[in-house]
Design a protein around this ligand. Structure first.
Ligand SMILES: NC(=O)c1ccc[n+]([C@@H]2O[C@H](COP(=O)([O-])OP(=O)(O)OC[C@H]3O[C@@H](n4cnc5c(N)ncnc54)[C@H](O)[C@@H]3O)[C@@H](O)[C@H]2O)c1
Ligand SMILES: O=P(O)(O)OC[C@H](O)CO
Length: 344
């Protein structure tokens, strides 16, 4: 361990990923006697975690380890926490941070699990965190990878990536979340890791739309591959690295999300492909599908940097009602022919 062990770990958000990642942490640090405390918005969710060691709304019957507790009081959860994990919907982060930051320990490390881009500012979550808290980038990290919460809650093996510009911080976090069924790698390309996790949600919406319209595996593979190409163009133009996109937080997460019926983004896309209106899809989704809100921000960011992202553009048009799902394929296929290797 490169830094001292944390006295306590706080996880802000008791949804499916916040609760599951709290379990990963708790399983990882159980022998070291480090408590993991979850902040739940609702009292009844905190009560259920404390009394029954379950969070049935999100994780059904999964039993949570004994060293996890919960509270709906932000101050109680954050006081004494040297590692703070943030797992709430991306569009609400800025507002919630304004409250959380009053209780952060001055030397705490902040870790984002979120995979959205802020609408209006086009900022990644690590950028929002740094701006609102004024914490130095050495103490702001992100975790991203092929991490469907329900599979990890069932302890099915997976890997992920902890990214921070400070390798020592990334290593410290990786050691704290290394469980028998969860293997974290480290990376210093924060932008590449974070954007891979954001854009894959939009590509998963597109894949879901194709599924919903009854298209087959050639179509799916084409969207995934060309989705990776446009993600790569964006990441490279903003200073991220190509090898990051070939890794778990790039290709790995893209494949998992686009293939899985557990994915909320894939599911939302499928419902749109089946002909539901966006309002109807939103009504049916009880959980966060980040791509729906982030698509416009990603497209704006790409345009500001003159990066072509045709799949993202088509998804934005479908979401905003200026293109029907039925016409999406025709629009993408009628573009000017080009060489596959062109990254710009
Ligand atoms: N679920 C997954 O498999 C998974 C995996 C990796 C990353 N993520 C990312 O983690 C983040 C959280 O996702 P999740 O799956 O836990 O979402 P979720 O919808 O399951 O839960 C969201 C949690 O945030 C709370 N919340 C909702 N609105 C809020 C608000 N306005 N302010 C504060 N809290 C609010 C909810 O009460 C809930 O506890 C997202 O960015 C998602 O993309 C999810
Ligand atoms: O359910 P989704 O679509 O938010 O995807 C969950 C994770 O990001 C997969 O890694």
């Amino acid at each position: 361990m490169t830094k001292p062990l944390p006295r306590k770990i706080a996880v802000m958000g008791a949804g499916s990923w916040g609760t599951t990642f709290a379990k990963v942490l708790a399983d990882s640090v159980a022998d070291q006697g480090i408590p993991v405390q979850i902040w739940a918005r609702r009292d009844d969710a905190a009560h259920e975690i404390n009394e029954r060691h379950t969070n049935s709304r999100y994780l059904r019957e999964t039993k949570l380890p004994a060293n996890i507790s919960a509270s709906s009081n932000q101050r109680e959860v954050l006081e004494g926490a040297d590692l703070v994990v943030l797992a709430i919907p991306s569009q609400s982060l800025r507002r919630e941070l304004a409250v959380f930051k009053k209780y952060f320990e001055p030397e705490a490390v902040l870790l984002s699990l979120m995979k959205g881009l802020e609408r209006g500012t086009d900022q990644r979550m690590s950028e929002v965190i740094a701006e609102v808290t004024q914490f130095p980038e050495e103490r702001v990290a992100v975790l991203s990878g092929p991490n469907l919460a329900m599979e990890i809650a069932r302890e099915q093996p997976t890997a992920s990536v902890v990214a921070c510009t400070d390798p020592e911080t990334a290593q410290w976090i990786a050691e704290l979340c290394s469980a028998p069924y969860f293997r974290p790698y480290t990376n210093d390309d924060v932008l590449g890791v974070e954007l891979g996790g954001i854009v894959k949600n939009i590509i998963a919406l597109a894949v879901g739309m194709c599924d919903g319209m009854g298209m087959g595996d050639n179509t799916k593979s084409t969207v995934i591959t060309r989705g990776l190409a446009e993600t790569t163009r964006l990441v490279l133009s903003l200073g991220g690295r190509l090898d990051t996109l070939a890794g778990l937080s790039g290709l790995g997460d893209l494949v998992a999300t686009c293939s899985s019926s557990l994915s909320r983004n894939n599911t939302a896309g499928r419902l749109l492909g089946q002909g539901l209106f966006l309002d109807e899809v939103n009504d049916r989704m009880s959980q966060t599908a980040e791509g729906i809100k982030s698509a416009r921000a990603v497209f704006d960011l790409a345009r500001a940097h003159e990066v072509e992202m045709p799949i993202t553009e088509a998804v934005v048009m479908v979401l905003e009602g200026s293109l029907s799902v039925e016409n999406m394929a025709a629009r993408l296929l009628s573009r000017e022919l080009k060489s596959e290797g062109e990254l710009n």
